[in-house]
Design a protein around this ligand. Structure first.
Ligand code: ADP
Ligand code: MG
Length: 684
């Protein structure tokens, strides 16, 4: 666990440091020296008295007390060194660069466990093994390059992969993005990405801490901790973007329900990130572009102006923003006309504002002033400005720099001429700006930042759900697929409407049920899990003769134990499902039933328990949402009721983790009701 010995050590020893700066042990010492360490720096190396000008101890016994040890010795030697350092030298933090641990099989895994035990025994901190190190303001304990200057105005980067952290830094630095702290945690033997995030949360100081956190995670060991601390940091004013790599982590699953087939573990990650308010990214460029957006003022609405002197990039950006749901409102009226009069003939101000390849810095200034002062239709501005190389463009970048300092609305600069206008771009960067090399990546990043909701509320919606009753049913129920009566009781306890139904095992009973319910009826086989697939559902039965014929047939279906009678309901077919994902909890899905689930996979996901806001957001994120609203004169669906069922079901699940999988498919929705007509629950 992160501690002071790691963050603000008084002394550091590099175990296995050498004069060869092409080796990790040599390079990390060089980086520490180059950056400067205000405490005592030492080396432990049996063959030297001095390494790179630093005092080297040949024998561990002679070493004075040391807070932080960096281990760059073979894996097999690490436990013993760590043991002696903790016991004899008061060492409470370790950065283990060495590879050859759990990533290399069972023997390495045993060494790694031993190392963790040793460090845990003294309540110390272990970073790695198999990492490239840590960069904090006090020390640059990283054996790779680049080693950027750290600043509080930069980002905190936490990565489980060292190489990836290095490449993320490369991508970020060239855009002008800087760093505040960088942690690589390698095998995460003791300290994982979640633990570092927890520490960043617990020690967050609005006056001195970075407000931007970038994460690269391969395995989420503790989703609850990630959710808690990410949400907490965001509520404190931070912004977080993360890559979760390895989307097929959970491998194959039994696909016995719709939900089972759709809900991969990646949906759980997706849902977790959304619940926490983390912007999900899938690659380095995307991550650093999102970081660049974070480093600009927040976009207050969806409406942007695009200012360009090249048509193509303006069009591509328009496409990217529109695809992401952002708007490029048309600018018109006297103020737009007045602006156009100041530009070159042929310029367009309707948005994108295209002031032509020959447009000047003065034109750019006039446009930015108009966007700020005159055009209330836009709340943010993207400026695309490069050069075909005919003249220098310092003047334009000076205007951009000056306007970015005074603009009320965020200005996002896209500077595409990284070769031809290198000197101008460098000048712009030297003013402390962050820029975007590519307008489409920026457009997508703007959309995903804008789309990411704030962290969900933490309150569990208990209203309408009888938790003691739910527990009572679950504690006593059968295992495997639940019987109709158990499902009925569970849904009743959660206040979820289920169609009336009756079970018959004889011809007399089925006729009696028909008399109670009245025609038209639906008859279903009880027993087989997928009823339609075995001819076990007949809808719209209007006569006793038809009913009896269907009853006789269904009772002969293999596995049939009874038949179920339901009234025939009308409505839009809806779907709600859930699946238990180990460590994450239940992923709840919703969508429209039928082909919308099966073919189009148009489903939204959320992580239980869900709030009303989350449930509404899930429903509204559906591509088929317009059908729920009642597209083209079709009857709508009671959206409030649909949301309520999603919320109640998620609350029920929160208290019944034994439920591994469930489907309500379909529910039939009308303008005034939503009623389940088919439900499957599997309990383990
Ligand atoms: P299964 O999913 O096991 O095949 P369902 O109970 O979902 O069986 O029934 C299959 C289809 O029959 C549903 O998708 C729905 O279109 C229709 N259906 C089932 N019950 C009713 C009902 N009570 N009212 C109207 N239609 C129904
Ligand atoms: Mg069904």
């Amino acid at each position: 666990m992160i501690n002071d010995a790691l963050i603000t050590p008084r002394h550091i020893v590099v175990v296995g440091a050498s004069n060869d700066v092409q080796k990790p042990g040599g390079k990390i010492l060089k980086n520490l020296l180059d950056r400067g360490f205000a405490g005592d720096l030492r080396v432990l190396n049996a063959r030297h008295d001095e390494v790179q000008g630093v005092r080297s101890f040949r024998d561990l016994g002679e070493l004075p007390e040391t807070d932080l040890a960096i281990l760059a010795v073979p894996a097999s030697a690490c436990p013993e060194v760590a043991e002696r350092l903790t016991r004899e030298k008061g060492t409470r933090a370790f950065i283990v660069l060495s590879a050859g641990f759990s990533e290399q099989g069972p023997e390495g895994a045993a060494l790694e466990r031993r190392l963790v035990e040793i460090v845990d025994a003294v309540g110390g901190c272990l970073i790695g093994p198999n990492c490239v190190g840590v960069l904090t303001p006090r020390h640059a304990s990283m054996f790779t390059l680049p080693i950027p200057e750290l600043t509080q105005a930069g980002c905190d980067l936490v990565s489980s992969s060292g190489a990836t952290a290095v490449f993320i830094m490369e991508s970020a630095l060239q855009k002008g993005i800087r760093f505040s702290n960088v942690f690589t945690v390698g095998n995460c033997a003791q300290t994982g990405v979640e633990d570092v995030l927890a520490w960043l949360d617990q020690t967050f100081d609005p006056a001195t801490s970075s407000r931007i956190k970038l994460l690269y995670v391969e395995h989420i060991e503790d989703p609850d901790s990630l959710l808690e601390h990410a949400s907490s940091l965001i509520r404190k004013g931070c912004q977080i973007a993360a890559i979760k790599a390895g989307t097929s982590e959970a491998g194959s699953r039994a696909a016995s329900s719709h939900t089972g087939a759709i809900a991969s573990s990646d949906l759980a990650v997706e849902a977790l990130f959304r619940k926490a308010g983390i912007v999900r990214c899938h690659g380095r460029e995307e991550l650093t572009t999102v970081a660049g957006v974070f480093l600009h003022r927040r976009l207050e609405s969806k409406r942007l102006a695009i200012v360009t002197h090249a048509g193509g990039p303006g069009v591509m950006l328009t496409d990217a923003l529109s695809a992401g749901g952002l708007q490029i409102p048309k600018l018109e009226g006297p103020k737009a006309e007045a602006l156009r009069a100041t530009l070159l003939p042929g310029s367009s101000v309707t948005n994108p504002i295209d002031f032509l390849a020959t447009g000047t810095a003065e034109h750019l200034g006039a446009i930015l002033d108009a966007c700020n002062d005159d055009f209330d239709a836009v709340d943010g501005i993207v400026v695309i400005f490069g050069t075909p190389g005919l003249s220098a463009i310092y003047d334009a970048y000076e205007v951009l720099h000056a306007r970015m300092a005074t603009s009320k609305k965020p200005i996002f600069p896209v500077l595409p001429s990284l070769v031809t206008a290198r000197a101008e771009v460098d000048w712009f960067l030297a003013q402390g700006h962050v820029f975007f090399p590519d307008e489409v990546l920026l457009g997508r990043a703007l959309a995903s930042v804008f789309d990411t909701p704030p962290p969900a509320g933490e309150k569990i919606e208990l209203h309408g759900v009888d938790i003691p009753r739910v527990r009572q049913i679950i504690d006593r129920c059968e295992r495997g697929w639940l019987a109709p009566a158990t499902i009925r009781a569970l849904l009743a306890a959660a206040g979820i409407p289920l169609v009336q139904e009756g079970i018959a095992t004889t011809r007399e009973e089925v006729v009696e049920l028909a008399r109670e319910h009245g025609f038209p009826l639906v008859l279903k086989v009880v027993g087989p899990v997928h009823k339609s697939d075995v001819g076990g559902v007949t809808v719209n039965i209007k006569t006793t003769e038809h009913l009896l014929a269907e009853f006789d047939r269904m009772m002969r279906i293999p596995g049939a134990t009874a038949a179920m009678v339901q009234p025939m309901l009308a409505g839009v077919e809806l779907f709600i499902g859930a699946k238990y994902e180990p460590r994450f909890g239940h992923v709840v899905l919703c969508g429209l039933g039928g082909i919308f689930v099966d073919v189009l996979q148009d489903v939204s996901s959320g992580l239980a328990p869900l709030t009303y806001d989350e449930a509404y957001a899930m429903i509204r994120a559906l591509k088929s949402y317009r059908i729920i609203q009642g597209a083209r004169g079709q009857p709508s669906v009671d959206e409030k009721r649909f949301a309520e069922i999603i919320v109640r079901l998620s609350t029920l699940l929160r208290f019944a983790t034994e439920i591994k999988e469930l489907d309500l498919n379909p529910l039939l929705g009308t303008p005034s009701s939503v009623t389940a007509v088919d439900a499957r629950f599997r309990v383990e």
